[in-house]
Design a protein. Structure first.
Ligand SMILES: Nc1ncnc2c1ncn2[C@@H]1O[C@H](COP(=O)(O)OP(=O)(O)O)[C@@H](O)[C@H]1O
Ligand SMILES: [Mg+2]
Length: 401
């Protein structure tokens, strides 16, 4: 919709041909509206089918006549519905119908042209305001999308550049974890030697100067912590790359139950000795999907479920077939989420996890993946009770429009 082509369309339905000239003269010649008139309900329905009418005026002798028409056009909720009425028989009933929204405005006889015009302008004004609001929102969304897309390209580039240095830092740290204790052991062995007292006291002094006891205790721990940091970094880079990757769409027939099993294996460190995993797998046919991405979704949801359980608890995974779809429910007995959190969880970078624990990308990636499979992901959650994520996937991509 563009403002250049903005047109407000008014349709008068007047079986008595009484207001045709008035409506036509006012709206067609003195305003930028398009006025149309017809003299039967059937014609009106035909026009509504083919024309984006904004306002409809129906001329009725009384409210009973009017309402039978308006009841039939309830399928057009955007339409401003106006009753031009000769005589109201039962005011109470008339206003109760209006309160129920069967029509929006009315004019009773005798009314002057100016009343009609004022009423129409009020509606046009409202319509223009809504149109403008919609337009502003669309523009904001457009600017936001542009920003996100530029940001996304930058992110993918940065993630790619950071991957190599992160990988060698990580592998060097793992080597250091192995080698440094050997060096300390070597020093321990030297300490068992009988050294001349002069040299021994010099070494003792040096050990004191460099705070050797502290180093011996802290260095392995420092390496350990740094390695954890690079683990985390690697994960974020992987998430980022996945999030902004423009993948080739490679769909294949895959076993979803087996995919869940392998996802559970990958993340076993998250739940071992702490969380009971219940697998309630139903029979599933093979599903046409990009199984690498679907695995990523399962991993994200399962890790989230484990994170939500602070101590001990249960994670239950149910799968079943429903007509041309499969459904996967992943439930946990964790902390749950208030509605204010639930509303935001699919947004990129939204996380409630402290420090560097969460990247806030897991669910937005998952949502993107499931949508690309023409599926649906939904959440139900209760604070302190737990959360269930439900995924519905079509079995065959071609069956879904
Ligand atoms: N199973 C769950 N139980 C409670 N909260 C959850 C659960 N899954 C996701 N969340 C909430 O959604 C947020 C976003 O999740 P996600 O996109 O995976 O990012 P991250 O896990 O990195 O924080 C989490 O920080 C958490 O607040
Ligand atoms: Mg997550």
């Amino acid at each position: 919709m563009t403002f250049k082509n903005y047109k407000y369309i008014i349709l008068l339905v007047d079986p008595f041909n009484e207001f045709n000239n008035l409506v036509y003269n006012f709206f067609q010649t003195t305003t930028s509206c398009n006025a149309m008139t017809c003299d039967s309900q059937n014609n009106a329905f035909q026009i509504l089918e083919s024309t984006p009418v904004n306002m409809i005026l129906f001329h009725a002798e009384n409210e009973v006549q009017g309402i039978s028409f308006f009841e039939q056009i309830q399928a057009y909720p955007e339409l401003q519905k106006v009753m031009l009425i000769d005589k109201v028989l039962d005011k109470k009933l008339f206003f109760s119908w209006m309160n129920d929204g069967l029509f929006n405005k009315f004019l009773t006889k005798p009314f002057q042209d100016i009343h009609l015009l004022l009423m129409a302008f009020e509606s046009i004004n409202e319509h223009l305001k809504n149109t403008l609001d919609e337009r502003i929102k669309m523009e904001e969304q457009f600017v936001h999308n542009e920003k996100m897309s530029t940001l996304g390209q930058m992110m993918a580039g940065i993630a790619h550049e950071l991957k190599n240095p992160t990988t060698f830092i990580h592998s060097n740290l793992n080597n250091l974890k192995k080698f440094v204790p050997n060096l300390f052991q070597l020093i321990d062995r030297y300490e068992q030697l009988d050294l001349p007292s002069e040299i021994a006291s010099e070494i003792d002094q040096f050990k004191e100067d460099i705070n050797y006891a502290y180093l011996k205790e802290r260095v392995p721990r420092m390496i350990e912590r740094t390695a954890e940091g690079t683990d985390r970094l690697k994960k974020i880079l992987l998430d980022l790359k996945l999030f902004y990757r423009k993948d080739a769409q490679s769909f294949e027939m895959a076993d979803i139950n087996a995919a869940i099993e392998s996802s559970l294996n990958i993340i076993s460190h998250e739940y071992k000795d702490r969380i009971t995993i219940n697998k309630e797998f139903g029979y599933l046919p093979e599903v046409e999907c990009n199984i690498t991405k679907i695995n990523q979704v399962f991993v994200n949801l399962l890790i989230n479920a484990c994170h939500a359980i602070s101590d001990i608890g249960e994670v239950t995974i149910c799968t079943c077939e429903m007509d041309d779809r499969v459904q996967i429910d992943i439930s946990d007995t964790g902390c749950g989420m208030p509605e204010s959190v639930q509303k935001q969880i699919f947004q990129p970078f939204y996380t409630t996890k402290p420090g560097t624990l969460g990247s806030g990308l897991g669910l937005s990636i998952s949502n993107k993946v499931i949508k690309a499979h023409k599926g649906r992901i939904t959440v139900k959650s209760q604070v302190d009770k737990g959360t269930t994520f439900t995924i519905v996937l079509p079995i065959k991509q071609s069956d879904i429009n």
